[in-house]
Design a protein around this ligand. Structure first.
Ligand code: E4P
Length: 223
């Protein structure tokens, strides 16, 4: 499973990229607003740090203007994936961009029917929002199961399922068990994946026992 980080905060992205475990980045208009920076500048900086897909979302809602904005966004770097809303105009733009070989991420997906349309439009990624479905009392992870099952039925559907609106590590694990291709995860949730109290307790015990031996693996060389 690929891990993308869902943020436009460049310091978080740099720190997570240094882990060697980061495969891409997703942004959206809310995350760009939160960064307080200009979209073209921040996306360019992210693309210098991360080699994998970096999603940057159009703000237009009309087809022709979406394509004009997509041209600006893709001129930033070759690894920009154009994020498009799951609307008739968004899917029309997705079809046109996929025919040009441009990476696309169809966002705001809340149903299997929408995901089927995104795949037929040639989307590189579809982003079902599990957390926002859970928030309104629906089962976000059941949507992932449904989309994965549908896509597996048809070799022609090559769209990757990018699990979005992730709220906690269990979302990541459940999505991985279902075979989703990608999870885009907030920085705090990515960091939480490392933690287990028995790891901390076990390491503390090992270090205490090691200190008792008085040994060093790298011996100090006397001069
Ligand atoms: C990712 O592409 C989405 O924009 C993001 O995961 C939305 O998450 P939220 O529901 O926490 O805003």
């Amino acid at each position: 499973m690929k891990f993308f980080v869902d943020t436009a905060d460049i310091s978080d992205i740099k720190a997570l990229a240094a882990s060697g475990l980061l495969d891409g980045v997703t942004t959206n208009p809310s995350l760009i607003a939160r960064s307080g920076r200009r979209i073209l500048e921040v996306v360019a900086e992210i693309c210098e740090v991360v080699q994998g897909p970096v999603s940057a979302e159009v703000a237009a809602t009309e087809y022709s203007q979406m394509l004009r904005e997509a041209a600006v966004l893709t001129s930033i770097a070759p690894n920009v994936a154009v994020k498009l809303p799951l609307t008739p105009d968004g899917l029309r733009a997705c079809r046109a961009l996929s025919e040009q070989g441009v990476m696309t991420n169809v966002t705001l997906c809340f149903s299997a029917a929408q995901a089927l349309l995104a795949a037929k439009a040639g989307a590189t990624f579809v982003s079902p929002f599990v957390g926002r479905l859970d928030d309104i009392g629906q089962d976000g992870m059941q949507l992932i199961a449904d989309i994965v099952q549908i896509y597996r039925n048809y070799d022609a559907l090559q769209t990757e399922v990018l699990v979005a609106s992730v709220r906690h590590p269990i979302h990541v694990i459940e999505a991985a068990k279902l075979g989703a291709h990608v999870a885009t995860v907030p920085p705090a949730v990515l960091r939480a994946l490392y933690h287990h109290p028995l790891t901390d307790k076990g390491l503390a015990a090992f270090l205490a026992d090691w200190a008792q031996t008085g040994q060093q693996i790298i011996e100090t060389v006397a001069v």
